[in-house]
Design a protein around this ligand. Structure first.
Ligand SMILES: [Zn+2]
Length: 448
């Protein structure tokens, strides 16, 4: 028996689904046994919602709105309440400094130096990036009257150049959140269902990331899966700015219901199941960015039966070349190299004698001995080694034995307890009621 496992392990070191026919016959009986021994693979999942960069719109107030109308205190309102048409916008180009912009606009460089010397906020203007926008207002003699620059989506810097020289202040912009809801049923793809529900692709990714430890959004999504979410829409000075956070969501995947509610108190922050368990787990189900896949790969093509009959020790994720591959959990890289069969491949050692293996990368981004965090990009999907097309071959190994990451017992994160749990449940109750109402309403709708 131990010899048998050793034999399997040695085979497993290299990917074995590209074996020749002859070898398959010899190896076939081993594989049948291995299939029973190791458990059959169904799938694997997902990136860290907090690590995902958010795209923030830094555009300045609507040109029609008189600038300064929102500010209290009424300093120099005459100058501030100038016609919006007087403002001229300049977009920073690659490598361009504010100095270069001043020269191009015909403003004086000594004035710029005075502005930069005003305070820490104006000193920050030496670090500007391509694509950012400066607005200038010019006087009758061509001199600079005012300049504004968005510091973030809720604040901008206003520089005024008066008789006594330049002065700067930070102006706040009111951002309000409105709670809204959305729901959808998957017919062909999650992204399409999301679009029909009025959600942006970024929101779909947020939704998927909440459930990415439980659901494999590449292989497990089926027609009829449904979702409901309660989320925030953000408005800036009364105008829609962007979607905000998801407050609570339900995802029904192949009949299994997953629910999560956002909660933050003290050091605790994240999404939790109704009973207080953290949605975050030690391993992602599908260790790659599935947003690259859904647009061009139909999940229904990945029939579970096809996966099962393949003589195979891992999960294949067919994905476009260049799709980012994530470390499924925290760990240390124990191998990062190239071989004829595996191509560019990375092995990671985790706690509890667990190893994960990733093959056929187009490019590796980690080195042997390096510590990696869950969700960190370790390479990109490719077809190096013995692979006919771009795909990620993923293996999950416990104590040297290949296991199904879905069914293998894994260390659990601490659930909420005591007063935190009580506080969470008080917050979750109305959200869960709202989600239930949405779910029953949508079930009625689908029966009509
Ligand atoms: Zn494979």
């Amino acid at each position: 028996m131990p010899g048998f496992i050793t034999k399997i392990r040695s085979r497993i070191e290299d990917e074995n689904h590209w074996l020749t026919r002859r070898k398959l016959i010899v190896f076939g009986t081993t594989l049948i046994f291995a299939g029973i021994l190791l458990g059959l693979f169904e799938s694997g999942s997902h990136p860290d919602p907090e690590r995902r960069p958010e795209i923030i719109d830094l555009s300045l107030p609507d040109r029609q709105a008189p600038l300064g109308a929102e500010t209290a205190g009424g300093q120099d309102d005459e100058a501030v309440a100038a016609e919006e048409a007087d403002w001229e916008s300049v977009k920073v180009t690659s490598g361009q400094t504010l100095d270069a912009i001043f020269r191009k606009q015909g403003y004086q460089i000594p004035l710029l130096h005075k502005i930069l010397a005003l305070n820490g906020d104006t000193r920050g203007l030496t670090k500007i990036r391509p694509g950012e926008v400066f607005d200038f207002r010019r006087g009758q003699n061509g001199q600079l009257l005012q300049m504004r620059y968005a510091l973030d989506e809720g604040r901008y810097l206003l520089v005024s150049n008066g008789k006594d020289g330049p002065s700067a202040e930070i102006r706040l912009r009111e951002i309000t959140a409105e709670v809204t809801e959305a729901e959808g049923v998957i017919e062909s793809s999650l992204f399409l269902a999301g679009k029909q529900a009025g959600l942006s692709d970024a929101m779909i990714m947020k939704l998927a990331n909440i459930f990415g430890w439980d659901i494999d959004f590449v292989l497990d999504i089926r027609e009829g899966d449904r979702f409901m979410l309660v989320y925030e829409k953000l408005y800036r000075e009364g105008e829609f700015l962007r979607d905000g956070n998801i407050l609570a969501a339900t995802f029904v995947n192949q009949g299994d219901r997953f629910q999560a509610v956002q909660f933050e108190e003290g050091d605790v922050a994240g999404y939790f199941a109704p009973d207080g368990r953290n949605m975050r787990k030690a391993f992602l189900r599908a260790p790659l960015n599935f947003s690259y896949i859904s647009s061009s790969f139909n999940p229904r093509r990945m029939h579970p039966v096809l996966k099962r009959i393949r003589p195979h020790k891992g999960i294949d994720y067919h994905a476009p070349r260049g799709t980012p591959v994530y470390a499924a959990g925290n760990g240390t890289v124990i191998r990062s190299q190239y071989s004829k069969t595996n191509g560019h491949h990375v092995f990671i050692k985790h706690a509890n004698s667990i190893e994960t293996k990733y093959l056929h990368f187009s490019k590796r981004t980690v080195k042997k001995g390096q510590k990696v965090k869950q969700g960190q990009t370790i390479g990109y999907v490719g077809s190096t080694g013995l692979a006919t097309g771009p795909h990620l071959h993923y293996e999950f190994v416990v104590n040297g034995v290949h296991r199904n990451p879905r069914t293998v017992p894994l260390p659990k994160t601490e659930p909420l307890k005591g007063s935190l749990l009580a506080s969470f449940q008080a917050r979750a109750a109305p959200m869960l009621t709202q989600l239930s109402r949405m779910e029953s309403a949508s079930l009625y709708a689908s029966r009509e």
